[in-house]
Design a binder for this molecule. Structure first.
Ligand SMILES: Cc1cc2nc3c(=O)[nH]c(=O)nc-3n(C[C@H](O)[C@H](O)[C@H](O)COP(=O)(O)OP(=O)(O)OC[C@H]3O[C@@H](n4cnc5c(N)ncnc54)[C@H](O)[C@@H]3O)c2cc1C
Length: 593
């Protein structure tokens, strides 16, 4: 299947909904509309022409491990070289280390394109950007000086080494040890599993950020520290030289993203340096994890867009049966399946979820940008609270959507969707991991309730609802839609209050309601954004500013979303109000007889 970046929709979201040029002025980074559009067009070309053609083969060929060296699929090395040489790797990096400092609102569009083109290819650079963030914020001046510029340029890549066989969601269980040395360095020993890009042939050096315990560390998560451990130690000039005492012991054989190496990494007294303060590793790692969670959300969006494009192309070509109200393609033996109501139902779910997530991604990216770039400290703090609330929703909801939309892609192709050559089954397999890594979606939902809702007694939730409600009041161009959305926003407020009460009263409620509360919140947020899209579309149509078909489609999509997708929120509400009782009442022995 071929991929073309959805540039028209991206421009609508960036310029018409979120005024990305004004946002850039606020951040004082000098990007104007023409530059932004130029970047989007070049990015679209890179994703479609350089990366997308590699995706199918990367799935067939996978990565290979021989004598401790990993070979990535054919074409990845050349494409990665272009990625670095053309400056795509340094797009978001800090200016002082050679980065271009692009705002996330813009880079998220490029990253979505890369995810659609090849999730596997994007894995390598995605984690590098997180490494840059963590190091920039928590590393010592010396570590930054030695490592950051090459990570920013993409010449070296980064990894995130958390997971161990006995420690997945529960990092308190991790055992990797770090022994202090007289020269101020540490020797790390232990085994990490599932490390993305742990070994590969794309870059001259790999910089691992590793969670480990110091000898005197307290037990649990309060005793975890973060270390920088390079694959190759640097010589006096700062060039990669001798190999460090670490190796890739095995590659995992997996369901999808076969072009991304997933490694067992063994640290056998490897030399590393502390990042941040002792026993504060998890807090430092959270900088990287928040970025990575946003990026994984974009993976869900990228997959959804790719599956929608594939499904739509097929639905326009595949001839089966006649339209119920009479033939449409009289010159053909049957009509294209897009005439059938159920096929349209599937396509519109694909379209409205993909475009809805794209709007929410831009909204979340704006908060991430302001969190770090707003000149006013109060604005930075407000954006940080908003971003923290949104990140688990973006990660879990977008990836659930990615899987649903990919599955609809398979369904739209009928039996052919199950056959490899059409690409839909690869999207479905590739997207499945996104619901698992970077904290499973269940863990994201717990995070939303525990840290984001209970953490501040619901004040951020209410602030978000207030902001969205203000926009609903201003949506006079679409009164019927506004009423529908306004009702849901007040229902969400009341639901948040009930959830808070229930969880304070019985901690088991937290885990019992979390997934449904996250899904409910996401569907309502998307509804508020679809309303805004509909308002912009009505304004553009009223102004006669051209492109009427695009704006009509926006209005019709908003209508579909509010009538046919938003009702899902009601089912989640009903389920979560049922509470923990019916989950916990059954004794464990009664689960099977
Ligand atoms: C392809 C791939 C790439 C990966 N890349 C990396 C990487 O680069 N770096 C890295 O460090 N790790 C990586 N991981 C690991 C990944 O982040 C973990 O697999 C994930 O966090 C879940 O941990 P686990 O597999 O141990 O599952 P577990 O923690 O054992 O979870 C099993 C199930 O129990 C649920 N569960 C667990 N605890 C709770 C709880 N308290 N409440 C409710 N439900 C709970 C989970 O939601 C899940 O459904 C990768 C994994 C894969 C497969």
């Amino acid at each position: 299947m071929s991929y073309q970046a959805p540039l028209r929709d991206m421009r609508f979201v960036l310029h018409e909904l979120f005024d990305v040029s004004g946002h850039c002025q606020q951040l004082d980074n000098g990007l104007d509309r023409d530059t932004i559009d130029g970047v989007l067009e070049e990015a679209a070309r890179f994703a479609a022409e350089v990366v997308a053609p590699l995706n199918r083969n990367s799935d067939e060929q996978g990565c290979r491990l021989q004598d401790g060296e990993v070979t990535t699929p054919d074409g990845f090395r050349q494409a990665y070289k272009q990625f670095v040489e053309q400056g795509w790797a340094s797009m978001t990096g800090p200016l002082e280390f050679g980065g271009q400092g692009f705002p996330q609102m813009l880079s998220a569009s490029f990253h979505e394109m890369l995810m659609s083109a090849s999730l596997s290819f994007r894995v390598y650079s995605g984690l590098t950007e997180g490494t840059v963030l963590a190091l920039d914020r928590h590393g010592s001046a010396e570590l930054k000086q030695r490592y950051l510029a090459q990570l920013v340029s993409g010449e070296w890549t980064g990894t995130m080494c958390l997971t161990e066989p006995q420690a997945g969601s529960d990092l308190a269980l991790l055992r990797t040890r770090a022994q202090p040395q007289v020269d101020g360095s540490y020797q790390l020993s232990g085994s990490k599993i599932f490390i993305s890009g742990g070994e590969q042939d794309l870059s001259d050096n790999i910089i691992h950020l590793v969670l480990a315990r110091l000898p005197d560390a307290p037990p649990g998560i309060k005793g975890i520290s973060l270390f920088l451990v390079p694959k190759r130690l640097l010589d006096a000039d700062g060039s990669p030289a001798a190999r460090n005492a670490l190796s890739c012991g095995a590659l995992e054989h997996k369901m999808g993203i076969k072009g991304a190496s997933t490694c067992v990494m063994n640290f056998d007294g490897a030399t590393g340096w502390l990042v941040g303060q002792p026993n504060q590793g998890l807090a430092c790692m959270f900088t990287m994890m928040n970025d990575a969670r946003f990026q994984v959300g974009l993976q869900g969006l990228g997959i959804a867009e790719a599956a929608f494009q594939g499904g739509l192309a097929y639905a326009r070509e595949r001839l089966q049966s006649r339209a119920i109200k009479g033939p449409v393609a009289l010159d053909k033996p049957a009509d294209p399946i897009i005439v059938h109501p159920d096929v349209r139902r599937m396509l519109l779910i694909q379209k409205t979820l993909s475009e809805g997530c794209r709007m929410l991604a831009a909204y979340a990216a704006r908060q991430l940008d302001l969190e770090h770039g707003a000149s006013d400290p109060a604005a930075r703090e407000a954006a940080a609270r908003r971003a923290a609330f949104l990140i688990p929703v973006v990660k879990a909801f977008f990836t659930d959507c990615g899987q649903e939309v990919a599955s609809l892609g398979v369904q739209l192709y009928g039996g052919h969707g199950f056959i490899r050559e059409w690409g839909m089954e690869q999207l479905m397999r590739d997207s499945r991991i996104t619901q698992l890594y970077e904290g499973t979606n269940g863990i994201q939902a717990l995070d939303l309730i525990r840290r984001k809702l209970l953490g501040d007694g619901g004040s951020e939730l209410n602030a978000l609802i207030d902001e969205l409600a203000t926009q609903v009041h201003q949506a006079t161009a679409q009164p019927e839609m506004a009423e529908r959305v306004g009702q849901r926003l007040e229902e969400w407020r009341a639901l948040g209050h009930s959830v808070l009460q229930a969880c304070r009263h019985d901690p088991e409620e937290i885990g019992a309601v979390s997934v449904d509360f996250l899904a409910y919140s996401a569907y309502v947020m998307l509804a508020a954004l679809w309303l805004q899209a509909a308002v912009r579309a009505s304004q553009a149509l009223a102004a006669g500013s051209g492109d009427a078909a695009f704006y009509q489609a926006k209005l019709q999509s908003a209508d579909f979303y509010l009538r046919r997708v938003l009702p899902r929120a009601g089912a989640h509400r009903e389920a979560l109000l049922a509470g923990a009782g019916c989950l916990m009442a059954m004794p464990e022995r009664s689960f099977a007889f």
